[in-house]
Write a new protein. Structure first.
Length: 277
């Protein structure tokens, strides 16, 4: 990849390039490190955001970890508006231009990008899912989802040689002409390492549970849809888009095997997945 222009950064996730224009060179340097592996100049980005870094001001009503404040995502006319204690952002889908006023920390911008992609994916038949994603040596991608503590990071740590971790926290699933694909993201969980910036055809989704042995069990269609829908990351208060998210969950469960994976935390689980999935 070529070096980004000093006055902007192009962040490419899942084939969508977002240009971030900020006047602060220190913030640009911080963001270049935060999104390493996903930075590269493009001639025409898909979206452009002008980023205004707010000076730090102590506010007793805003905790240090402002990410714990509930986010508000809503339509305001033709525009989308994103609000939380540490940012205020908006974008216009028609002009593909947006603005973001945020605190000088990488997690505020992280959240803006996650929400942006969650909306874009929902509109296009895909989804951002609270899940880990791994590509095996044979080129197949598997998504492992579940509640916090189910084992998303644990199963990522157990990947065999030749496998690639796309994420241990936030899976980017896009519906394309020839099926569903999983993409790497820079959004890391406990591994604290960005995923690899690659894509692979999605071969299966697993609802995780830990147990004394390794086994894969089928889910009923209703259980499969529920497993997908429950773990989609979706923030918008918008009836039309909420209906689209539900339709996307039904479509994915109809096309991709969604099963329960009970596993004992050792590397043999990936042998089973590779042989049986």
């Amino acid at each position: 990849m070529t070096t980004a222009h000093p006055h902007h950064l192009d962040v490419g996730i899942g084939g969508v390039h977002v240009r971030l224009r900020a006047a602060s060179p220190d913030f640009n340097t911080l963001m270049a490190d935060r999104f390493r592996g996903f930075i590269g100049d493009v001639a025409t980005p898909d979206y452009v955001f002008d980023v205004d870094i707010l000076p730090f001001e102590y506010d007793p009503d805003v905790p240090d970890d402002a990410s714990q404040i509930e986010v508000c995502v809503l339509r305001e006319g033709a525009r989308w508006r994103l609000l939380r204690g540490d940012f205020d952002a908006q974008w216009d889908p028609a002009t593909r231009h947006g603005t973001a006023r945020l605190r000088a920390n990488p997690y505020a911008l992280d959240s803006v990008l996650r929400i942006l992609h969650s909306v874009l994916l929902a509109e296009q038949g895909g989804m951002l899912m609270h899940a880990s994603s791994v590509v095996l040596a044979d080129g197949r991608a598997f998504v492992c989802t579940g509640v916090s503590g189910a084992g998303k990071t644990t199963i990522s740590r157990l990947v065999p040689p030749g496998a690639h971790i796309l994420t241990d926290e936030m899976s980017f699933i896009r519906r394309e002409a020839d099926g569903y694909y999983a993409y790497g993201t820079p959004f890391a969980g406990e591994l604290a390492t960005p995923g690899e910036n690659i894509r692979a055809p999605l071969a299966g989704v697993f609802l995780l549970a830990q147990g004394p042995d390794n086994r894969i069990d089928d889910l009923s269609p209703a259980e499969a849809i529920r497993a997908v829908m429950t773990n989609i990351l979706y923030f918008a208060k918008d009836k039309a888009l909420t209906a689209k998210v539900f339709d996307n969950a039904i479509a994915l469960a109809a096309c991709i095997p969604v099963r329960r994976l009970t596993f004992f935390p050792d590397a043999r689980v990936w042998d089973m997945i590779g042989n049986e999935a």
